[in-house]
Design a protein around this ligand. Structure first.
Ligand SMILES: *Cc1c(COP(=O)(O)O)cnc(C)c1O
Length: 226
């Protein structure tokens, strides 16, 4: 197990597990990027990972990221910050200004809002479309059968920089069929990137072609929501 008292050791452990999973599978992607999910964690937990060389981080709330990351990015300009939580249409300006990738494009209204904001800001932020692979009513994301039409709208019509797909499988299910479905949908739409896999299942995701895995608790320890 990783040692949370030593963030560099925890990071090395996760990176080694990603590499091992890549070597063991024929379907792994040309490369797999670790998105270190730093939500709820403060600077004191994040800085040691920056010092250990980690550069890609994920946050799920715009306000929290806005409070934490401008100072960290000023010290470490090559950080790549991903938004992995829901984005309200009225927060698109803040999100486009702060994030280097938005993984949660999940509805037509947001696609239109992001297209308008990117045009206005003169900044194109790479996007992933979130897919609700488990068709869970309470979960955000495009239904699998609607993905092709949504890509046609967001990438082809609105000219958004859609680069990949993202999913969060149902908590109680075997994630592998969900990862395989996401990979199939991405192939069908000609998208190269796949953000899938979290602390409990990132090795499975890597084996099924993840280009990005989003790992929080296995890296930082349990989150305390206070
Ligand atoms: C919190 C979160 C993660 C990381 O979850 P862990 O199980 O702690 O690794 C990954 N993806 C999303 C969308 C999240 O909100």
């Amino acid at each position: 197990m990783s040692s949370f008292a030593n963030p560099a050791a925890a990071l090395a452990d996760i990176l080694a597990r990603i590499e091992a999973a890549r070597k063991s599978a024929v379907a792994s992607a040309p490369s797999t990027t670790l998105v270190a999910v730093s939500k709820t964690h403060g600077e004191e937990k994040i800085r040691p990972l920056l010092e250990a060389g980690q550069r890609v981080f994920g946050e799920n709330r715009v306000q929290e990221a806005k409070a934490k990351w401008p100072a960290l990015k000023a010290d470490c300009p090559d950080v790549e910050l991903h938004l992995i939580g829901p984005l309200q249409s009225n927060k698109t300006a803040e999100a486009v200004a702060l994030f280097d990738c938005i993984e949660t494009l999940d509805r037509p209204k947001l696609a239109h809002a992001l297209a308008a904001e990117m045009e206005k800001a003169g900044k194109r932020v790479p996007l992933f479309v979130q897919v609700n692979t488990g068709a869970e009513p309470q979960k955000a994301g495009i239904a699998p059968e609607d993905v092709a039409a949504f890509i046609a709208l967001s990438r082809d019509e609105l000219k958004l920089p859609v680069e990949g797909l993202m999913c969060i499988p149902p908590a109680e299910e075997n994630p592998a069929p969900h990862f395989a479905l996401l990979a199939k949908l991405a192939r069908e739409s000609g998208l190269a990137k796949l953000s899938m896999g979290m602390s409990g299942d990132f090795e499975t995701a890597v084996k099924l072609g993840a280009t990005h895995v989003r790992v929080g608790s296995a890296l930082f320890g349990a989150r305390d929501y206070g």
